[in-house]
Unconditional design. Sequence first.
Lengths: 547, 333
Amino acid sequence: MKRTVFLSALILLTLIITGCRQRNTGTAGSDVKNGDDNPAYGDAIIEGTIGEPSNLIPMLASDSASHAVSGLIFNGLVKYDTDLSITGDLAEFWDISPDGLVITFHLRKGVRWTDGAEFTADDVLFGYRTIIDEKTPSAYKEDFLQVKKAEVLDRFTFRVTYDKPFAPALTSWGSLVILPKHLLEGKDITKSDMTRDPIGLGPYKLSKWVSGQELLLESNRDYFEGRPYIDHYIYKVIPDPATMFLELKTGGIDMMGLTPIQYTKQTDTAFFRENYRKYRFPAFQYTHLAFNQKHPWFSDKRVRQAIAFGIDKKEIVDVVLFGLGSPATGPYVPNTWPYNPHVKKYEYNPEMARQLLREAGWQDTDGDGIVDKDGKPFQFTILTNAGNALRKNTATIIQWRLEKIGIKVDIRTVEWSTFINQFIDKKRFEAVLLGWSIGLDADQFDIWHSTKTKEKELNFISFSNAEVDELLEKGRRTFDLEKRKKAYFRIQEILADEVPYIFLYVPDATPIVHARIRGIRPTPIGISYNLPKWYVPKILQRHTMVP
Amino acid sequence: MLTYLAKRLLEMIPTLFGITLISFLIIHLAPGKPTDALSEMNPKMTPEARERLEKYYGLDKPVMVQYGLWLKRIVRLDFGESFSMDRRPVMQKIWDTKQPITERRLFITFMLNLMAMIIILLIAIPIGISSATHQHTLFDKITTTTVFVGFAMPSFWLALLLMLLFGVYLDWLPISGLKSMNYDALPFWGKVIDRVRHLVLPLFVVAFGSLAADSRYMRSSMLEVIRQDYVTVARAKGLSEKAVIYRHAFRNALLPLITLIGLSVPGLIGGSVIFENIFGIAGMGQLFFNGVMARDYPLIMAILTIGAFLTLLGNLLADVGYMLADPRIRTGQ
């Protein structure tokens, strides 16, 4: 008896250990002979994701995981081209009336939803009506509430009319408002099956979603821009970043976003060089230190400038991001059209910082190393949200640098929801370290306009500048790129001089992709824009899926 | 016996009511609202839009009114809809009837914990007995040290080390998840082996971390029992040591374990967040943690209520188990 048990245990153990000796150890990289490297259909790409998507109807979701997946399933009327100009997607072309109030979209003909129904202007109108419906809990309503009239001129022509010219209007007609009317009309969209089993018209369609584990997408063979080469796109939910990296090492996933240390150190080995390709481009976000403009100390511009001189942005990029980023000079990403490279830069200069502080009346009178004024030492708290190591490290470096110009800094981290409700909304902070994701449109009215300072609004630092107000209004009321550019350039000059924020850095996005996957062309908007064109040469294909 | 049971069950109702009320109030005391996630630093979110959302979720009503509405639903066993963006019924999230049973969160967590519990008992009881009967020997010292090392070691760290060793360097075992990509294409035995391979590391990590408690309970309870007179009598009768320990002492030493098992009933459905995240297992711990972070009140309340119910039930079962096992309690002496 004992013997049998022992024997079966031994057999099972052997099976377990030998069961998975299937790791593909063949290298995927350079050893493919020329000529074999042709695009071919087939294979699958597996991407690791930390968060699970919540809802695949784009207008109902606000998390990046949901948008990443629904972006493969839905297309918009327009999209951004690789140079950030706007180009047609489901709209072949469009006309804007000379006064900028009317946009007429001429839709592509013959595009079909994956259930076979034809895509028409009615679908766009339906999507628009759904998003402005007050029963639809969407975070993206505002752009569409500006629309005065939306109408279907014929099956393939859709027209919207605005009260005032509104520059972000054109780009708002992306994938948020394209919904299949024939499947959703008369239904409660929040309870629809579409939230977890959508019918779209994009390059991929969802074929399986196992909650908390994986989403399996299958290529849309009738995609209007041609069948995507890679047959399956799989999202594997791996909530722990360390585990995800181990999965990458064993080939369990093909693609993930790397942290700075993973990018520079942990993937700097022969194995990774041979089997993976790393990419790097500026992410559309920036990290900043924002001052509460109502605070008596920070209402003095010289103090804000002094702190700007006292911080070495380059050092933060080098230490916190391992060099994977660039110092920020304003609220735009370098090399995009609204970015103004010629603004005041605040190179690290502690002498200048101390001098400006002296001018503002801050001096170390009691010799404790901390400057003071009216008997009060200059000590303030930088508040940031918990769980973001990059921000915490940045705050620590700032703390150390500011000590050298005689300012004592405390750092406090607070859980996100508490942070927003108790501190940001109530304006109970001296300085916060935060990041903004930058929309691809240049309009930042909500962040800088002096009317946007009420509770829950986004100008929570109470920044107020008449000229900026006027320029923001000007910038969003014209479609003329040159005029817009002028307005946004000037705004950046003012922000650089006024220093309501110290713009710290623009981090790089650093994805890694398995080397067998070809056809990736990095551009300013990243790598995933041409995903349907990615392919794996026939002899390198790894996964075959059972339908 | 039956009257006792009926009385205990009736007592559970006000207790459960009190627990839900307090939980509900405490959850709403925490700063933040479910709408925060939806409007997280989103430049397109105006205060009006936020108000509309709050109204949509019924968050504009006073807390007590909200509790009343919740209670009204709960007596019909309706846990309501999640406040997260997917708006699915809470029960669907816990027990997704659209998925095969092996992919439902409650099932995954329950089975994992049940297997872990069985493994732990199978290892901890013999360890406890042996270290009691061989008190102060080298064996006792080694096992004591080992179980405490397991207890003290952070499970996420041990998990990562094991993943690195068995997953990356040796390439023997998969790293995360509960099945392989090609699972559906495998033959039956292939599926079984695939499952087992995925379970080895998670179960080992859980079991290693929890051996200490059960084995120490077992040891001390055994130590107490083998000093009793009836054990001496058994020995004096000339019974073999084996018979003394396993027939006479062991059964009585098991009594405290009944309490322990009763108390671990609620734990069967509450997974560990850290452990589930590390191994990429879609269980209840993850669901609950994400629910708390997103202030998903209906989901949090559902899991807390089920947990509270199971705790009370576990206590009751432990008491009943005691009554059945121990005549002294049964006859009230």
